[in-house]
Design a protein around this ligand. Structure first.
Ligand SMILES: Cc1ncc(COP(=O)(O)O)c(C=O)c1O
Length: 405
């Protein structure tokens, strides 16, 4: 990595070695592009793993942040009332049809909160008596002790056991097993991603969502939709589940919520909210006025129906381009999955070399499981950038074809 005179020395060893970052050192961003220290421009089809949905340097985020800074109100704690989180909660409930919102600082925290709310609700008059949870094979819900317990990645879980007890995993293709697992004496909630992200970009069929909604409702078990990755406009709809015509009891949101600032949220029904009392849960930073002001600007844009129509059109263009590539290279591309601008391309062989070859071509991609390359461009990506991304992706596939074609 180039080191320029006068720069402070970059000591990688001072960071905990839990990541293996790629070589470029980014110093700026502009729309769909990240710019490194040498001025190289990389087309960003990761959006920081589904976070920067409005692109880098979005004017509405800049304006909202500057206006919020002008108030001098960065943080008050939840001991006091401020306006932005209240307005943001109203915007989220209006868009989702749910009733109450709890704000926190990350996806993992949102899942953790949803689990605690479910436990509190268990044993109420309408609630199941069980205190366990059902999750799906292929799931990813986070790295905290509760969310990790419900994440189907043994390698992430085993070094940290014992985790939260009471986790049951069910294969989404096995409806009989699901029927058995949804036992109100044993569990209080089912958690699932309407489109599994880390698990390989796997949308769950609408019929499956409707069936589990019916069973959970009948049995007093809560249904949690984790839309931390697939929600907030990424599918071309405000929520990923709304097309299926079902509504969860709790909805977890995070990644794109505040445009790149850390924020998570749990949106829930009045019935669930009613089980929580003052003091039952809390956070120092969650829903602070600065981050909530930025999120309000983001949610207004992501929830704009014309914006969402445009996301669907862009998703269709990207998908069509991938289908054309697949028709040309049917052995190299095994399957294309996803919706809107969350797309997964399952390749022959490993995904990692394709991601690396794309980086050499100045296209940023991210894997989703061992064989799937994930495409998550900003929702503001334009047609020329989609076409250029497709061209670079095709190049990366061919660069790596020898070993896997
Ligand atoms: C569906 C889903 N849930 C939860 C999380 C955890 O979010 P965070 O990394 O902000 O804790 C992620 C992160 O990738 C996710 O994709």
């Amino acid at each position: 990595m180039a080191h320029r005179a006068g720069d402070p020395v970059l000591n990688e060893d001072a960071l905990l070695g839990v990541y293996k970052p790629a070589a470029p050192l980014f110093e700026g961003g502009e729309g769909s592009w990240l710019i490194d220290e040498d001025g190289r421009r990389f087309l960003d089809f990761t959006s920081g793993i589904a976070v920067t949905s409005l692109g880098h340097g979005a004017p509405e985020i800049r304006e909202a942040a500057l206006a919020a800074l002008e108030t001098g109100l960065l943080h008050t704690s939840n001991l006091y009332r401020t306006r932005p989180p209240r307005e943001l909660a109203m915007a989220l409930t209006a868009k989702t049809g749910l009733d109450r919102v709890f704000f926190c600082n990350s996806g993992g925290e949102a899942v953790e909160a949803a689990l605690k709310f479910s436990r509190r609700w268990a044993g109420t008059e309408e609630g199941a008596r069980g205190r366990g949870f059902v999750a799906l094979r292929g799931s990813f819900h986070g790295r905290l002790f509760g969310s990790l317990a419900l994440t189907d990645r043994p390698a992430y879980r085993e070094p940290f056991e014992p985790l939260m007890p009471g986790a049951h995993f069910v294969d989404p293709d096995d409806l009989e097993a699901m029927d058995r697992a949804l036992d109100p004496e044993a569990v209080c909630a089912l958690i699932l991603e309407p489109i599994q992200g880390e698990g390989g970009v796997r949308p769950l069929p609408a019929a499956f969502l409707r069936q589990v909604r019916e069973w959970t409702r009948e049995r007093g078990i809560l249904l949690i939709f984790d839309e931390i990755q697939c929600g907030l406009g990424r599918t071309g709809y405000f929520t990923a589940h709304e097309q299926a015509g079902v509504r969860p009891d709790l909805l977890t949101l995070a990644k794109p919520l505040a445009g790149g600032l850390p924020m998570g949220a749990v949106v829930m029904t009045e019935a669930v909210a009613g089980a929580m009392q003052p003091g039952d849960h809390g956070t120092t930073f969650g829903g602070g006025p600065f981050v909530a002001s930025v999120a309000l600007a983001v949610v207004r844009r992501l929830g704009d129906p014309d914006f969402l129509v445009d996301v669907r059109a862009k998703g269709a263009r990207l998908r069509q381009g991938l289908e054309t590539l697949r028709a040309r290279h049917p052995r190299r591309i095994r399957e294309i999955r996803g919706e809107g601008l969350i797309l997964g391309v399952e390749v022959s062989g490993e995904a990692a070399p394709v991601v690396e070859a794309a980086l050499d071509r100045e296209l940023l991609l991210v894997g989703a499981g061992p064989k799937t390359v994930r495409l998550l461009p900003p929702l503001t990506v334009n047609d020329e950038e989609i076409d250029l991304g497709l061209e670079r992706f095709a190049g990366a596939l061919l660069d790596t074809e020898d070993s896997h074609g």
